[in-house]
Design a protein around this ligand. Structure first.
Ligand SMILES: *Cc1c(COP(=O)(O)O)cnc(C)c1O
Length: 354
């Protein structure tokens, strides 16, 4: 088998999706599966759909194009990063829906959809305090009127995104504002908003604890499905697998080395040199993966092994009592950042296990 490699257990992804879908169904919330950390992997997308996700979403239109080649193609494919003005034509071709905030982008999407004779669904994102994408609450009516004048766009709903930029927690208060706004827009403009997308995996705690989830009927879930973690504090979500993705990395050098470097010291490859503890010798191994291929700080080594440092293409570990020799593979868990980067590296292969 080639290394480094990510083994993806599609059964675990399907299971995680199904558990979340079933729990959220109790409050009338559907799940949109977010594939961006896997570069829009069709295998992962299909597993999410088997688990009961009502649609798929990604931040890159190229990934949605990959997903559109699934057979059958997912009926709902949502672009969750505001479309680039320069990609409007690709967006209306490969996404069925996009999350939007900008008038100029909406106009361009309308023109592109009209040229292709398609109707493109639009969810308007509302700023609720996290200060990433979103229209100010008082400006939402202006943008609603703009979309309603675009004959090739269909306003399907409102949405919000919290906890990504500033760590603002989804609560009954901010979710209540979204619900209230939905009612106001429907009343003022005689439209029906069928999609109210409250947020991402960070909304799960709110959804499980809220007495009333109001009009929210969709969550866009990535990390919770893929890694089984609650992004608010990265605790495991009960009943979900945390090991759907495992990285296997090959050992390329093993030697007993002094714990401490010697010679005059300056910067290392990534700035300040990494501090090594201890004073005796360590059984050190070098593994063939580095910062270009993943985020070493987001890797969890096997029991008894400690990460000592990393450069672009090397990961240095203290093997402790582990009997690894050159040519062996060691298995690591990945956090969201490490997974993101590893899935995007051309040097990391991916195998899917069903
Ligand atoms: C990434 C992203 C998501 C999914 O977030 P997770 O924390 O992985 O569930 C949802 N919505 C938007 C707008 C995103 O950018």
């Amino acid at each position: 088998m080639t290394a480094p490699r990510i083994d993806i257990d599609l059964g675990k992804i399907e299971h995680n999706t199904r558990v979340l879908v079933d729990r959220l169904a109790l409050t009338g919330i559907g799940v949109t599966g977010v594939t961006k950390a896997t570069l829009g992997s069709p295998g992962v997308g299909a597993a999410m759909l088997r688990g009961g996700a009502v649609g798929l979403a990604d931040s890159h239109i190229e990934n949605l194009a990959r997903l559109s080649r699934l057979d059958p193609a997912p009926v709902a494919r949502t672009l969750i990063r505001s479309p680039m003005l320069s990609q409007a034509d690709l967006v209306v071709r490969d996404a069925t829906c996009s999350l939007n905030t900008e008038l100029s982008v909406l106009s361009e999407l309308n023109r592109a959809a009209s040229r292709r004779h398609v109707l493109h669904d639009v969810v308007l994102m509302v700023e609720l305090g996290d200060l990433r994408e979103g229209i100010a609450v008082r400006q939402v009516p202006d943008v609603v009127r703009h979309v309603l004048r675009c004959s090739s766009l269909r306003l399907v709903g409102l949405g919000a995104n919290l906890a990504c930029q500033s760590g603002v927690v989804p609560t009954s208060r901010n979710m209540g504002i979204l619900t209230e706004l939905v009612g106001r827009v429907e009343g003022d403009y005689a439209v029906e908003l069928t999609t109210v997308s409250g947020g991402n995996s960070a909304n799960l705690r709110w959804a499980s604890q809220a007495l009333d989830t109001g009009r929210i009927n969709d969550l866009r879930l990535g990390e919770s499905i893929l890694l089984g973690l609650d992004p608010l504090d990265r605790t495991p979500i009960e009943g979900l697998h945390q090991d759907g993705f495992v990285a296997s990395v090959e050992v390329i050098e093993v030697a007993n080395k002094p714990a401490q470097p010697w010679g005059q010291r300056a910067q290392s490859a990534y700035g300040t040199a990494q501090v090594r503890g201890g004073s005796m010798t360590v059984r050190q191994a070098i593994l063939a993966i580095g910062r270009q291929d993943t985020d070493p700080a987001g890797l969890t080594p096997p029991e008894g092994i400690t990460i000592l440092g990393s450069s672009s293409d090397h990961l240095v570990v203290d093997l402790g009592d582990h009997p690894a020799v050159v040519g062996d593979e060691l298995q690591f868990g990945l956090n969201y950042g490490a997974l993101n980067r590893a899935m995007a590296s051309p040097f990391v292969t991916r195998t899917e296990i069903r």
